[in-house]
Design a protein around this ligand. Sequence first.
Ligand SMILES: NC(=O)c1ccc[n+]([C@@H]2O[C@H](COP(=O)([O-])OP(=O)(O)OC[C@H]3O[C@@H](n4cnc5c(N)ncnc54)[C@H](OP(=O)(O)O)[C@@H]3O)[C@@H](O)[C@H]2O)c1
Length: 297
Amino acid sequence: MAPSVLVIGAGGAFGRPLIEEFIKQKSLFSRVGILSDPAKVSKFSDFKAQGIEVISGSFLDPKPYEGFEVVVSVVGNSIMRLQPAMVEAAITAGVRHFYPSEFGSDVGQESLRTFRYLRDKRVTRDHLAAKAKEHPDFYYTLMLTGIFTEWTADPFYNVDVVAHTATPYGYPDKPLHVTSIPDIARYTVESILLPLTPDVQKREIRVVGEKTTFQKFIDDLGEVQEVKYKLTYLDPTEAAAKQREAWIRGDEAAELTWSVKPMAASGVALVPGQLDNDKFSFRPESVKDTMKRLYGQ
Ligand SMILES: NC(=O)c1ccc[n+]([C@@H]2O[C@H](COP(=O)([O-])OP(=O)(O)OC[C@H]3O[C@@H](n4cnc5c(N)ncnc54)[C@H](OP(=O)(O)O)[C@@H]3O)[C@@H](O)[C@H]2O)c1
């Protein structure tokens, strides 16, 4: 039977492209819903007009989750710490398959064990594992994708696509795994249709558009733009010092920002292990494909 899916955080940077992919594949689902804060339902009117249900309610209340089999959370970092409560509400309502808001590097890597930015993703994973023990019919899927390709060429990582400069914290040759946003959306939607393995309650989907390095990424970007980038690598310990200063003054937003600044060029933005790309019928964009789509002539 075609699954029913409820998405939390659908109006965000990744949520919108994800819903656009659900719209393309809507005939394969019995229901696709968006859980919306009652004050924000109007922001989803475009999706509603295209057949997506908008369920008004709180993500902490079981009621809006009722009748859905699968929940996909794409909530942003500022409410990531509330995900365990969302899992509780969903399970109480009868949801039996939960996708937490992952969509990045594998936070289970030893090198990311104390990485501040990913703390609430790790806590959510622990909570899901505990709930799976309590409920043998409860499954969860972790989408592991590396950094969004589009977001790697971003001022956040000190890349200026107009001035053609990049000053990342990190090193030129550290490995970097990236996947484009439309491909991550497609992998996520199609993964819901892949059969689960009975009794294997934790499923990891490891998909990567391209395994590269920061230097190669910038070289590819420059080639597409037909320019040579001026690249200067900054010492990641400088970012760590700024992160600590932010923590001391209690500025959580700055602490998070400084913790993640060195991610792209430090060799931790990775999806290690066997990839699942070949479980899907399409080939993902390479870095050059994505850069051509964004910056090609
Ligand atoms: N790998 C990468 O490079 C990369 C890059 C970006 C994001 N990601 C991951 O993708 C996932 C989604 O990230 P995103 O950037 O799309 O998130 P986002 O745009 O910051 O937020 C997504 C949604 O979360 C809800 N939300 C956020 N802050 C809220 C608040 N204070 N109160 C109530 N609701 C709030 C909103 O839902 P409504 O729309 O319902 O209002 C918002 O649209 C995360 O796991 C993130 O780490 C990965």
